[in-house]
Design a protein. Structure first.
Length: 329
């Protein structure tokens, strides 16, 4: 039934030509691009620290459960299951890892959906509505382009929404007692260690082509799962330092906004150049692990630390000018 649905969409896509396809292709690339990451970071750095940390937690949880489910079920991509499926253009090259559930849907749900909830709380209903529409357009685009089945996108959405709720609840739960941050740290790291051991030692399906080569190489399929592991491991460590030592939201919003804009430049380079180089030239699993493993350190420690330092130096300079005006040493 799922393959028949994709074949119906494929026939429609080929019949109507370029009427709808460019939009679907743009939406699917947007969900996996830098813009939603930038929006999430700007909320966190410049506007609402707690809400931004909550969105980050939801994304980390979503990526982790996505990778975990992918490697539990090991579902092949639609065009592998049925050669009649012909994905549109270059959308096939971005469809890495196993098929179930959809990684693009996970990202869209966590970042567009999480940001949309924040905008809705701030009474920006139009922006919130547009972001929610982008979530569902992303889901449909993955079917329309022929790279995911309906169950892939539905489970991607539901599993991520559940993780967003769970991580949001944990953020509130940890506020009641200081020691709960340490409990989250230990539990998070133990879960990551257990996941890595499971990923490395579990058996994977090994199907071979007539020439003796693997139809799908499990070593390549594991890569996506390490993105979530790196995210969670780094997040549970950095959140304690950020919460206890980096009160960057007390710094003026103008200064935070100014620093945040320039802070996006190194992050853009890392996501689009540095990390892909490691994936292609060194190790896919290592590159995926470091994508957010190092990225979260930058987002939650280096940039907030820079904001705090800049705010401290600015305040000292202002105090010195004030004392000089008053004739004080």
């Amino acid at each position: 039934m799922d393959i028949e649905y994709l074949l119906y969409l494929q026939q429609f896509r080929e019949t109507v030509g370029s009427i709808l396809t460019p939009l679907m292709n743009a939406v699917t690339k947007l969900s996996a691009g830098f813009l939603p990451i930038a929006m999430m970071c700007m909320i966190y750095w410049a506007f609402d620290r707690k809400a931004g940390r909550k969105i980050l937690a939801g994304l980390g949880g979503g990526l982790f459960i996505n990778g975990f489910l992918k490697l539990i079920f090991c579902v092949y991509r639609p065009w592998i299951r049925d050669t009649r499926i012909l994905p549109y253009g270059d959308s096939k090259t971005a469809a890495t890892g196993y098929s179930f559930p959809s990684g693009h849907t996970t990202r869209a749900t966590a970042m567009f959906g999480g940001s949309g909830l924040w905008f809705m709380e701030k009474k920006h209903s139009v922006v919130a509505g547009l972001l929610f529409v982008l979530v569902f357009l992303t889901m449909f685009s993955r079917n329309y382009l022929g790279v995911h089945t309906p169950q892939d996108v539905l489970v991607g959405f539901i599993s991520t929404a559940v993780m967003m709720y769970l991580t949001g609840w944990l953020e509130l739960w940890s506020e009641k007692e200081k020691k709960r941050d340490l409990m989250i740290l230990v539990a998070g790291l133990l879960i990551c260690i257990a996941a890595v051991l499971y990923y490395e030692y579990k058996p994977y399906p090994l199907d071979y082509l007539p020439d003796g080569s693997l139809l799908v190489d499990p070593a390549k399929m594991r890569g996506d799962a390490y993105e979530g592991v790196g995210f969670i491991a780094s997040f549970v460590i950095c959140r304690i330092l950020e919460k206890r030592q980096l009160d960057f939201d007390r710094i003026s919003q103008k200064l935070r906004l100014f620093i945040s804009i320039f802070a996006l430049i190194p992050l853009y380079w890392w996501i689009n150049t540095g990390c892909p180089y490691i994936i292609e030239e060194i190790s896919r699993s290592l590159g995926k692990f470091l994508r957010f493993g190092l990225g979260i350190i930058y987002i939650m420690v280096l940039v907030p630390g820079t904001v705090v330092l800049a705010g401290t130096l600015t305040n000292r300079g202002s105090d010195k000018v004030t004392r000089e005006k008053q004739g004080q040493p």
